[in-house]
Design a protein. Structure first.
Length: 318
């Protein structure tokens, strides 16, 4: 990540055009280290789906968090049980999940830790829609940009009231550097086996999770206790007390904020570069979905151009 005159662990960039986005990504990719990316169709905070209902609670208590994690445990157990009965191979030690009546005490004792034996199962359930403490990331910027731009274009095409609501003027790309999180005792990267899951493989999927927040003696949580950005900012500052060299690598967390108006052009360029519904969700249904997106559902936003081979380069995102 690039240095700044006054280094901080987090920096936000305003991006106006797709060309500017490409230039900024190229510049950052030249810096030491590797990045994880997350795309969002609106400028929402980095709060995991399981905790979003808690983000407006004031004060937020340990009981709120305990109830949320208990709900996560029940949902993941149901997911694992039904998936196993349907014949799907799941990662991790499934015996406690499939025999809850025998292992309830063990599940309760270990579940809250981000290092629990079932974190990979939680990640897989999250990928398939179960709300969890994890946040989806990817190792490839174009993958994150595809999902953010696709969802933005869908919202634009719907022309619903939500498209004019606050928070939908921009879509965003988050970047987190591995100069930071491998050093952290708080934030963890979670990888899931991709050998038997073509979606995870195609999307270069990864997840970030964090240990439970600090609790005061009264049972109240710190402000922004479930906001990953705020946790990473504080964690970066804490790490520099023992690893001052980390400050030279700041910012280690970056947000690109882009106007929704550039999403259609970004989708066209990503499609020309091979990032589309077919490549991100490889199955025959995605072939049909891709055609509908291009020719039926979003014809005005994603009108297809057929450039000559000599002009194809300018349509690509690379």
């Amino acid at each position: 990540m690039p240095n700044t005159n006054q280094p901080t662990p987090y920096q936000e960039f305003q991006i106006s055009t797709v060309d500017e986005l490409q230039d900024e990504l190229t510049r950052i990719r030249r810096q030491p280290g590797h990045l994880l990316y997350r795309g969002q169709c609106a400028d929402w905070p980095l709060i995991p789906s399981r905790f979003r209902e808690l983000s407006d609670k004031n004060p937020l208590t340990t009981k709120d968090l305990e109830r949320s994690l208990e709900s996560e445990r029940h949902d993941v157990i149901y997911f694992a049980t039904q998936a196993d009965q349907m014949g799907f191979n799941l990662p991790g030690d499934l015996f406690p999940l499939l025999n809850r009546n025998l292992c309830e005490d063990m599940l309760e004792a270990q579940w809250d830790s981000v290092s629990n034996p079932w974190i990979e199962t939680i990640a897989l359930a999250q990928h398939h829609g179960v709300p969890s403490r994890l946040l989806d990331f990817t190792a490839v910027a174009e993958v994150a940009l595809f999902f953010a731009a696709r969802d933005t274009c869908n919202r634009l095409a719907q022309k619903s009231e939500s498209t004019s609501s606050e928070g939908f003027s921009s879509f965003v790309l988050w970047l987190v550097s591995d100069n930071y999180y491998p050093l952290s005792q708080c934030v963890r990267r979670v990888n899931v086996s991709i050998s038997s899951n073509p979606y995870l493989r195609a999307q270069h999927a990864a997840f970030l999770a964090y240990e439970l927040p600090i609790v005061t003696g009264s049972g109240l949580l710190e402000p922004d206790a479930v906001n990953l950005l705020e946790i990473m900012k504080k964690d970066n500052i804490q790490l520099t007390k023992t690893m001052p060299g980390l400050r030279d690598m700041w910012p280690t967390v970056v947000k690109f904020k882009m106007p929704v108006s550039i999403a259609p052009e970004l989708m066209r360029r990503l499609d020309a570069s091979g990032y589309n519904s077919m490549s991100m969700m490889p199955n025959l249904d995605s072939v049909v979905r891709h055609r509908k997106e291009r020719f039926e559902q979003l014809p005005d936003l994603l009108r297809i151009h057929c450039p000559s081979p000599t002009n194809m380069k300018r349509y690509k995102f690379s």
